[in-house]
Write a protein that binds this ligand. Structure first.
Ligand code: SAM
Length: 282
């Protein structure tokens, strides 16, 4: 694409467009992601394609999912000769992974707008959970690397007992090993974000860390508990937004209910959820 139109792709704040521009950092990020040549990779939010280009030379096939039509037009021209790239003009949150990508191993990577981070992590965790439950129609997620606000990354990796421990820390722990793979400073981007960033690496476990009778119930309990994180679970789960049925709590004699959510380990959340599920006799 001619230099002039490349430059005219002005960042849209509403789409969280902080582009990676520093070649040294781009190379470090690609090494931290660590791809194999036989892998399929889905990149969420490729933007102008600065990460897409090295991904294409490190992976067997790349799917680039981009919401902004200006970027899609640019990518189509820039990578017109790349046989191993498929550009999908889509919102990742609405993407039909099974229909568009199909079965087989898949790595997911993305430098994403920070305001959609939680939704996108939730969607990828959901795909991993479906893998654990044996769904065969969609791809099998073998790794997920996402650029994230550093503090959010620390929160997700946090163990229980910590005040930043929350919903995503619990859900991610059930499904994956999670670690911060690389810290990335604002100067690596243009425009530079106001916050420090990190690449967070999710490595899906072969099976859920603890057996769960009902993932939806478990997730709803965790969300409800952390919505009122200063309350004991017995009180937050008795509220109007509770996923529990009328009177259900009265039959659960568990000390776990007398604690605040940040003190419960992921295993204890799983235990409580299984107990409530067991009480339903379904
Ligand atoms: N990966 C590029 C880079 O590192 O320079 C662009 C990063 S920019 C922070 C995020 C990109 O994600 C933008 O191109 C934006 O249009 C795109 N995007 C935002 N929301 C999206 C969504 N829901 N689905 C797909 N792409 C999205």
């Amino acid at each position: 694409m001619p230099a002039k139109s490349y430059k005219s792709l002005q960042p849209k704040k509403s789409l969280g467009q902080n582009f990676l521009t520093d070649p040294w950092w781009i190379q470090r990020i690609v090494s931290a992601i660590g791809l194999d040549h036989d892998e399929r990779v889905l990149e969420i939010g490729p933007g102008k394609g600065v990460l897409t280009e090295p991904l294409l030379s490190h992976a067997n096939q790349v799917f680039a999912v981009e919401i902004d039509s200006r970027m899609v037009g640019h990518l189509e021209e820039r990578f017109a000769d790349a046989p191993n790239l498929r550009i999908l003009h889509e919102d990742f949150l609405k993407l039909d992974l099974a229909g568009q990508i199909g079965p087989g191993p898949l790595r997911i990577v993305g430098n994403l707008p920070y305001h959609v981070t939680s939704g996108i992590i939730g969607a990828v965790l959901d795909a991993i959970r479906r893998n654990h439950e044996g769904a065969e129609d969609g791809p099998r997620i073998t790794g997920f690397d996402i650029m994230i606000q550093k503090e959010v990354g620390q929160r997700i990796c946090s163990p229980h007992g910590n005040k930043v421990y929350g919903v995503l820390s619990v859900l991610a722990n059930l499904l994956c090993d999670v670690r911060i793979a690389l810290d990335v400073p604002p100067k690596a981007f243009s425009p530079p974000p106001k916050v420090q960033s990190s690449i967070l690496h999710f490595h899906p476990l072969p099976a859920m860390r603890y057996p769960l009778a009902d993932w939806d119930l478990f997730r709803a309990i965790v969300r409800c508990a952390f919505n009122q994180r200063r309350k004991m679970l017995r009180n937050s789960l008795a509220g109007s937004a509770s996923p529990l049925r009328d009177g259900e709590l009265e039959h659960i004699g568990s000390d776990l209910l007398e604690r605040r959510p940040e003190s419960l380990s992921p295993r204890e959340f799983a235990e409580l959820s299984n107990r409530i599920h067991g009480g339903r006799g379904e």
